[in-house]
Design a protein around this ligand. Structure first.
Ligand code: NAD
Length: 453
């Protein structure tokens, strides 16, 4: 492993990163191979997570193809040298900013969208011309195999290196020096990564998790709120970093809201979601056991069915949940939706703000004043008003967390910028040499003040 990483480092030291033309060719080749292997990728995701064809295309394969197309369209503009103005006091110099690749970067990915979350940062890092070590998750076994094979079809091992393994192997990798670490995973492991990065003074992007609130106010369209909540919560069987973690609904609307949740779950996945092609599976029986143990039997209004054999956990809704319940302690990261109630919107906002800042936040309302107010009062990575999850699908919106939910962001142009160093340069001429800056300074201060004033 060390030798393989050294190869990347030596190549970087000798020839630097990928030229603009190489990046373009590599991205085109990557797009082509993904298109050719679409069926195999779908099959892998079906085995790993029970993902249906529609979800696989929208959130994994199609998502990455969209990323590549967007990068190809904008790459030359993003990588252009950018001229900026220069103050008169520095005349006749000119100033500009030169984007350059960071060097050898490490990408660590989780298992929940294993294809998207390995390849989306990779597209950003390639667009910016870096050499890359990619470590997909040890849990999404079949997808990791196909990622390795696609990467090996497109890149040499001095361009992109895929390493495999779990916690201990990752910690070995983290002992090496990288020029940037891009980590997607839990807040707890994010701290491990940041500590290791500090040893080499390596900058990090941390895309972490947390409990993302789904807040409904008195004016909200309850049916649409419930429908979009079910959609965002139960896609990928709840194993989505930006899924609504819990619902906060006015006490007076609780009954109607939970009833609409039940109706939409049935509309989407039928009376028995276990036989629906569109409903996924837990990544492992260990993960399912953790989730199963979280469900208080006396608070189930919908679902609660567990099948360890098939790694199935039914879409589950819980009622009569308070802030002190165990389920409100950490990120759920599975298809369990606790519904909490409130009577005063300010109090609900206070409760949200009393907890770590979430990765996502969703607010359903028809009242513009409430939208403005809640947006200004709640801090979160990103989110939606009157929708869930889809903020991720806009290339123009940088995606990332804040506080405990992460640092840094990516998607669209921001992916290129995350993996780029912007080198600031002032170019002067030796043909003109204004004497005021040189000592002796006697009698020059007034002139300096005039120039800088
Ligand atoms: P994880 O933190 O357990 O693992 C992420 C990566 O770190 C994996 O590659 C894993 O092999 C490695 N790893 C695990 N334990 C390690 C350790 N002790 N030392 C070093 N490396 C270690 O996360 P996960 O279970 O794969 O994914 C679930 C978490 O990821 C959830 O918290 C979820 O919210 C978060 N997530 C965040 C985003 C985002 O974009 N912000 C996206 C998906 C998932």
């Amino acid at each position: 492993m060390q030798d393989q990483i050294s190869l990347l480092r030596n190549t970087w030291n000798e020839v630097g990163g990928l030229s603009l033309e190489q990046r373009r060719l590599k991205l085109l080749a990557l797009k082509k191979v993904i298109e050719l292997r679409e069926a195999a990728i779908s099959k892998a995701l079906k085995i790993d997570l029970g993902k249906g064809a529609f979800e696989t295309y929208s959130s994994e394969v199609g998502f990455i193809l969209g990323d590549i197309k967007f990068a190809l369209k904008n790459l030359s503009r993003w990588s252009q040298l950018r001229r900026v103005s220069t103050p008169l006091a520095l005349w006749p110099a000119r100033s500009f900013i030169v984007p350059e690749p960071l060097g050898v970067v490490l990408i660590l990915a989780p298992w929940n969208y294993p294809f998207q979350l390995s390849l989306s940062p990779l597209v950003g890092a390639i667009s910016a011309g870096n050499r890359i070590v990619l470590k997909p998750s040890e849990f999404s076994i079949e997808t990791t195999k196909i990622i390795r094979s696609i990467v090996e079809d497109v890149f040499t091992s001095s361009e992109v290196l895929v390493l495999e393994g779990g916690a201990s192997e990752t910690q070995e990798i983290l002992k090496e020096k990288f020029d940037h670490i891009f980590f997607t995973g839990s807040t707890q492991v994010g701290k491990v990564v940041m500590r290791a990065a500090a040893e080499h003074l390596t900058p990090v992007t941390l895309e972490l998790g947390g409990k993302s609130p789904f807040l409904v106010d008195e004016t909200a369209n309850i049916d649409k709120a419930a429908k979009r909540c079910v959609w965002g919560k139960f896609m990928n069987a709840g194993q989505t970093c930006v899924a609504p973690d819990y619902v906060l609904v006015p006490k007076a609307k609780e009954q109607e809201f939970t009833e609409r949740l039940r109706v939409h779950i049935e509309n989407f996945y039928g009376t028995n979601p276990e036989i629906s092609d569109d409903y996924g599976r837990m990544i492992s029986s260990r993960h399912l056991e953790r989730l199963g143990a979280m469900i208080p039997a006396d608070k189930i209004v919908v679902g609660g069915v567990v099948n360890i054999e098939s790694r199935y956990l039914a879409p589950t809704v819980l009622k009569n949940i308070s802030w002190d319940d165990k389920i409100m302690e950490g990120e759920i990261f599975g298809p369990i939706l606790p519904v909490l109630t409130y009577t005063d919107l300010s109090r609900a906002v206070q409760e949200i703000n009393a907890r770590p800042r979430p990765l996502a936040f969703y607010f359903f309302s028809e009242d513009r004043k409430n939208m403005k107010r809640v947006l200004s009062e709640v801090s979160f990575g990103g989110g939606c008003i009157n929708d869930t999850v889809v903020h991720l699908a806009n290339h123009e919106l940088p995606f990332g967390g804040v506080g405990d939910s992460g640092m840094g962001s990516y998607h669209g142009r921001k992916s290129f910028e995350t993996f780029t160093h912007f080198k600031s340069v002032l170019r002067n001429t030796t043909r003109v040499d204004i004497p005021i800056r040189y000592p002796p300074y006697k009698g020059k201060l007034g002139l300096l003040k005039f120039f800088l004033g």
